[in-house]
Design a protein around this ligand. Sequence first.
Ligand code: GAL
Length: 710
Amino acid sequence: MSDKTLSVWNPVKTDRFLVGAPHYPEHVDESYWERDAERMAKAGFNVVRMAEFAWHILEPKLGTFDFDLFDRAIAMLGRYGIDTIMCTPTATPPRWLTVAHPEILRVDGKGRPMSHGSRQHCDTASPVFREHSRRITKAMAEHYRDNPFVVGWQTDNELNTSMPESFSKATLSEFQAFLAGRYGEIGKLNTAWGGDFWATAYDGFDQVVLPIEFGPTFPSPGHLQDYHRFLAFSTARFQHDQVEILRAVKPSWFVFHNLGGLRDIDFRGQFTTDLDFVGYDIYPMLYDEFQRLGNHAKVQALHLDICRGFSGNYIVPEQQSGFGSQPGFCTLTPEPGELRRMALSSVAHGADGLMFFRWRPAHFGAEIYWMGIIDHDDIGRHRYEEAKRFATEMTALKDKILGTYVRMDVGIAGSDFDNQEAHKTYPIGLPSPQDDAVLLHQYCYDRGIACGFIHPEDDLSKLKLLYVPHWVMWKDEWTERLKSFAEHGGTVVIGARTGTRNEDNHVIRETAPGTSLSQLTGVRVEDFGRLAAPGANGLFDVMERSGGLVIPPNKPAESHRRERRFKIGNRELVGGYFYENLAIASDVEVVAAWSNRYAEGQPMATSRKIGKGQVVYVGTYLTPDLTAALAERLFAPVGIEPLLGDLPEGVEVTMRMNDDRRLLFIQNYTDQPAAIGGVPAGRDLLDDEKPVAGRLDLEGYGCAIIELAG
Ligand code: GAL
């Protein structure tokens, strides 16, 4: 593993803003190629991405390579000043490979092998598949070593997006080998997984099974945690095989991956340290209607802020341009003006490069209605004009934008693989740390407060407040970092259940939140229990999925729901999801107290002064009301204020900055004009450097980048 430091404050090391589109010359008759290149150049594109699904063309038969089509496509684009990012094509192995080696197919939890015919059906843990992945990577790398237009590589395509798990024979034996390496002797594994519970112990690593859900009931959380650790390990290993070859063949190439679903990848581990930077594909309209965050601008901001938390700025290798669909779903469509607005939002949240998915739509296959920059009839309409405007703007402004980081006053602890997984192994109806944190993110987003995700091991000094959302697996060294942050004036807020399990997913034997956090917070958790999620009936039941008992939804009376209320300041609010009853040290101040039922008068949230700052403990989960109450109390004293004096609804604002400059990115994400007030004095870089102070008017989907004076 490299010793590269992963930090949310890192810009991408690049001196040009990569802008262009994923391009599939294999889908386009060659008679169109020159005009395509010409139009890309006129749009100001400087790069395309190619070949991620073209293994069958590059190697039509085992060991017979044919690079001709891509050589010609790259050369044609190169003639018009467009460079190429090549991809290793391992998301879609050719049919001859799975005919010869059906054992490389993934197998689902019901024992069903996946099939040729779509994509990501092969098992990245399989040694046989890895051997072929290395072969094609080496052949491509050596072929393109001296091609001046090939400037970098993307590994595979959205690893694990379709299906991270596998229950194949290959996965089983690789899992067993991983465990033998991790534990050395089987007794240690039995202790870690709790082998004396339900007689789940093993006599040797070769007896270990894969954790099948409902086979017939629940596997141990330790077993599940290690299975997901293994998936992350083998995904990173699969990518490492490719990176090693690419680096050896030509060290000056940049290498990145385009993240999609974010499952079973530890982005703060080797997976990311192996890369020059990460790429994050942004399709906010895929989530809008499902996640109920209100609108897709919020989804986009949330996803990109989460992604930036792993290792800092990134590129967007794919951004939705138009109507999008596969046979099983379709998304809403960006309106005229929105493609540019969405692209500028990506930059506002940390993109140092961006490609529009895709140059042209396909006329065949499972994505015929994913619209690109050019339409099916070969005409470039408003999407072409907007992409052109964006590309021209970014190329002109690259020296201002590159080298800056995204400001965060409020940090949310994020990017921790073990904690996200530990939650999933035993969720008891509680929101995941990230889902809980969404409420705080949304609160800040709606008010124009600089907010994002950060790992506690990162540099916390630029933050004013850090919220830790229910991280059950805690390391004592993180307590030290929080303490030092508070001593220097920061506010730390720690949510219920933090620190309650150890690395093996066992509940700790000390009183929660554990020795070091109790010392820091002055809090001991004496008792805990579930509360109904807002609007739910208080029963968390996943048996339905296994065909078990299903209780019909109802709305029980308050007394039956055992609703818990608390008072914070002079407001009484209803708790959601979880309660803790806290015992506190003498120097701890009560911020909120439970106000009904048997716990009336007992502390719910507390605060303790540490150096120049404070540490707040909250013995429940966030609700929108609690988030607002905490923010109203905690933000102003540490100088957390909106970036703009008067932010109307439907406008988002972030700041990118470094020691030399501060850039306010303002986007109107509605189709109606917006009048923004309280804008600090500066010049609008998207409007001929026009001076701005106080008021700014933006048309529907209008954007501004204000370089602040002084
Ligand atoms: C991405 C994927 C692309 C394309 C796109 C639209 O997740 O990387 O290959 O499928 O979605 O569905």
